[in-house]
Write a protein that binds this ligand. Structure first.
Ligand code: HEC
Ligand code: HEC
Length: 318
């Protein structure tokens, strides 16, 4: 096993950090700044928030389990979420807590919450039986559930179409990178390159057909010419130029009846194995890349660079 050489923990951090997994709630540019401040103060304003903060921790653990196979603290963290369910229900019943948006649709809220806790049961079972594939599936399922419930009940006036686009983009990023990490662990970068080049287009196509969301990953310097940006994403890329990713903001906007999302993609240390400077890329990786991507322009990056954009677009329902 050659995992040590490629620092899978860092790659997973690249996957899970930077608001990718939870771009769901915060990276859509919809301004939840006050939430962050209140979380930081450690004083949950309501039972719902208290449960959500526990859930945030648990979901991050699930990400680690799904991507790295590291189940440390997973079961405990979801038990902590379960333990808060009764308090949330009591607060909803007494009127002490209400979802900020559609606070009158309590039955629908409870139904979503019930379904969600059923998924959590499934997580606990999968963790118990060590079913890694099921944990990965549940990571995606729960992520979709966060987005769905937030769109209906959380407010911040997120357009449901934006939430759908955001969820689809998140799913592409998380699933793809999970596959890269998995293949790196099994067969090193050459195996990961094969998985990436064979599965990336198919995965995007699957998500497109399941959700109706157009999406992709793109860059000013492409490895695969088939990843060329649509015009509106190309304009954004050109506006940013080649630069460090620090300070680049995500986009979430509705234009001409279309919900559009752009998330900056950042180069992290593990990416350098395949996107770094030519003299640090191993000969086996160079030859695998040369065979598959004769026009590869996606090398020469350094940690912290803006690599490109994860984009998604869907029509707003009328
Ligand atoms: C059943 C509906 C529902 C589901 C499912 C749900 N959320 Fe939430 N979430 C809410 C509501 C409602 C709020 C807003 C609470 C408020 O501001 O009073 C919220 C707020 C949050 C917050 C901000 C908490 C704070 O302190 O302001 C975070 C973080 C969060 N959710 C994470 C998640 C994650 C992660 C998931 C999925 C793993 C998820 N939520 C799934 C309903 C839901
Ligand atoms: C194991 C090698 C490998 C690693 C590690 C890797 N990539 Fe890639 N990357 C590829 C391959 C191969 C493609 C082309 C996939 C395709 O054909 O769609 C690609 C394509 C991309 C694209 C799509 C745009 C383009 O140039 O075609 C982006 C964006 C990207 N990678 C970003 C990253 C980031 C960010 C990281 C680190 C978190 C990373 N990659 C790590 C091999 C790798």
């Amino acid at each position: 096993m050659s995992t040590g050489r490629y620092n899978l923990a860092l790659l997973a951090a690249a996957v899970l950090g930077g608001g990718v997994a939870l771009g769901i709630s915060h990276a859509t540019g919809q301004g939840h700044g006050h939430d962050a401040a209140e979380v930081a103060s450690g004083e949950p304003a309501s039972a719902i928030r208290d449960e959500m903060q526990a859930l945030q921790v648990a979901y991050d653990r699930l990400g680690r389990a799904a991507v790295l196979g590291d189940t440390t603290g997973l079961v405990e963290s979801f038990h902590a979420v379960h333990a808060r369910k009764a308090a949330t229900e009591a607060a909803l019943a007494s009127g002490a807590a209400r979802p900020p948006l559609n606070g009158d649709q309590l039955e629908a809220f409870k139904a979503r919450d019930e379904a969600f806790h059923a998924s959590i049961e499934a997580v606990l079972h999968a963790a118990e039986s060590g079913d890694a594939a099921e944990l990965r599936r549940l990571h995606v399922e729960l992520g979709d559930a966060c987005v769905g419930c937030h769109a209906q009940f959380r407010g911040g006036v997120t357009d449901p179409a934006l939430a759908r686009a955001d969820a689809a983009a998140t799913r592409l990023a998380v699933t793809l990178r999970a596959r890269v990490v998995e293949e790196m662990g099994k067969g090193g970068p050459p195996a990961a390159i094969r998985a990436c080049s064979e599965e990336a287009p198919a995965l995007a196509a699957t998500i497109r057909s399941e959700t109706g969301v157009e999406l992709g990953r793109t860059s000013l310097r492409l490895r695969n010419p088939a990843n060329a940006a649509p015009e509106w994403v190309d304009a954004w890329l050109r506006e940013q130029g080649e630069r460090p990713a620090a300070g680049v903001s995500p986009v979430a906007t509705v234009v001409d009846g279309k919900a559009r999302v752009i998330k900056p993609i950042i180069v992290d240390t593990p990416c350098l194995a395949c996107h770094g400077s030519p003299d640090t890329i191993s000969p086996e990786v160079r030859s695998e890349l040369a065979a598959r991507y004769p026009a590869d322009a996606a090398i020469g990056y350094a940690t912290g660079d803006l690599r490109g954009a994860l984009w998604a677009e869907v029509a707003v329902a009328r």
